[in-house]
Design a protein around this ligand. Structure first.
Ligand code: DX5
Ligand code: ZN
Length: 212
């Protein structure tokens, strides 16, 4: 089974973005998670293309882009151009989910679909063949530093019972306290923001999450 940590740059120090990105680049984390928020789909605004390009320039890691925006299909090509290796859209944010996932794949990157805590797995079963990754939210999207919602792991298990063989990622409130549970439930990729960037030794914390 795959075990990947994807530190969320939302929790990085933006006054020292290159330093924090280079630190992750040296670490055992294979991916870097980029949270893009538009203030419409979620009640918060984060950052966009210029910041993504700065992170791309400071790292050779795989960039995992989580779009918490409405009409994501309008921006897929620009995120790919800015360095995304995976573009994930929210099931709740688009009408033609299959269409958006096909647009993402047509750009030569991995396609992802995310579901909020209240959205059931049944909402995406019809498009799973078009999704290289499913991102199960374990907090309400919008902010870092929230508490992990344990029922999200039931959704991960349910997703595996559908026979889905793609990558499952979980995002929100992940730390060494629940990383083992998440991997055991069937997650391949754990996003971690505060747990990494607020740790005294972030690189050691990443290793602890991987070796649980
Ligand atoms: C929340 C974001 C998460 C967030 C995770 O909307 O999608 O990626 O940064 O932060 P932590 O790990 O602190 O909950
Ligand atoms: Zn995220």
């Amino acid at each position: 089974m795959r075990r990947i940590i994807s530190p969320s740059m939302l929790s990085a120090d933006f006054g020292n973005l290159a330093r924090d990105t280079q630190m992750i680049d040296r670490s055992a984390a294979e991916w870097i998670h980029i949270d893009v928020m538009d203030g419409v789909f979620v009640p918060n605004i984060s950052f966009g293309f210029p910041v993504l390009k700065a992170i791309r320039a400071a790292s050779s890691k795989f960039l995992d882009v989580h779009l918490m925006i409405v009409e994501p299909e309008r921006y897929v090509a620009r995120f790919v151009e800015a360095g995304a290796g995976l573009v994930t859209v929210h099931a709740e944010a688009v009408a033609d989910l299959r269409g958006v996932l096909e647009i993402i794949r047509s750009q030569g990157v991995m396609s992802g679909v995310s579901i909020k805590p209240a959205t059931p797995v049944s909402a995406i079963v019809d498009v799973l063949d078009a999704a290289d990754l499913v991102l199960v939210m374990s907090v309400e999207p919008g902010f870092g530093g929230q508490s992990f919602m344990p029922h999200s792991l039931d959704k991960v298990r349910e997703l595996r019972t559908t026979g889905y063989s793609g990558i499952i990622e979980i995002d929100g409130g992940i730390s060494t306290a629940n990383a083992a549970l998440a991997f055991d439930a069937g997650c391949d990729v754990l996003v971690a923001g505060n747990a990494v960037f607020r740790a005294d030794d972030p690189e050691a914390e990443i290793r602890r999450m991987l070796n649980v």
